[in-house]
Design a binder for this molecule. Sequence first.
Ligand SMILES: Cc1cc2nc3c(=O)[nH]c(=O)nc-3n(C[C@H](O)[C@H](O)[C@H](O)COP(=O)(O)OP(=O)(O)OC[C@H]3O[C@@H](n4cnc5c(N)ncnc54)[C@H](O)[C@@H]3O)c2cc1C
Ligand code: FES
Length: 267
Amino acid sequence: MSSVEKALVIRHREVVPDYYELEFIAPEIALEVLPGQFVNIRISDSLDPLLRRPFSVYDVDKKLGSITVFYKVVGKGTKLLSQMPIQKPLDVMGPLGRSFSIPTEADQVFLVGGGVGIAPLVYLSRVLSSEGIKTKVLMGASTAGFLAGKSMFEKFGVPFLVSTDDGSEGLKGRVTQLLAEQLLIDKCDYIFACGPESMLETVTELAMEQNIKGEISLEGHMACGVGACLGCAHLVKTGEGQRYAKICSEGPVFKIGEVLFHSQDER
Ligand SMILES: Cc1cc2nc3c(=O)[nH]c(=O)nc-3n(C[C@H](O)[C@H](O)[C@H](O)COP(=O)(O)OP(=O)(O)OC[C@H]3O[C@@H](n4cnc5c(N)ncnc54)[C@H](O)[C@@H]3O)c2cc1C
Ligand code: FES
């Protein structure tokens, strides 16, 4: 069950330019949250910005009762959030949304993250590893300096490979090229992915071509965050056709093959 907590900010730092890690104490949310779920943070005490902003849970310390989110500054809300001082109370709602499932039958899973889409895959990697499921992370960024989640996988001992658009580290190209390459040389029973929609569409195509099951997490626009406004509606396939699903309550995690992407919508 989700709750609203007056959390206390205990750590807040810019990891690389415009990318921040924010840790806050929120024991009730920390106790319940599962990988893939998100929190909705009220950015300001004033009415501007009015709406809370959603962020995936990047890591959890259940003993300490803390949650860490990893975010990129893209607009007004995240700019204001980046100025949030330590020891400041923060209004946080969560845990929200559908979590990733844990494929206990799988021998090896791939986690594919593009840009800030790596955020929900860090906590997931830790849970999968603790379940004894072999996990390989494939992460992509525009340039080496933005491969911010790397230190977390190093800390947890989760193997990872990287790609960068400019070739400054790892494979030169998209993370989906890295995935295609790895699918040729290594066993993979299940894929989890989060990142831009174009990336998720290619991941879906690659997985379906090879009959590999998996789940993707959408990070589309959101308003109320609790299923009340339809502000986050996204087309999904049904047996008979298509319908709108609410990312905030029916997602953000969907099965591979379930989501209808914009380009498919236009076909
Ligand atoms: C379930 C979920 C989990 C998320 N997890 C994370 C996370 O872990 N880390 C993180 O950095 N971000 C995450 N996001 C995205 C984050 O919520 C937005 O970046 C944030 O709300 C933007 O607020 P803002 O006020 O700074 O930007 P705004 O001023 O609202 O918008 C600035 C610009 O960014 C665009 N924009 C805003 N929101 C989104 C979005 N969701 N997708 C694409 N473009 C957007 C706007 O169109 C505009 O061009 C998540 C979103 C969802 C729905
Ligand atoms: S954001 Fe309001 S229904 Fe999802």
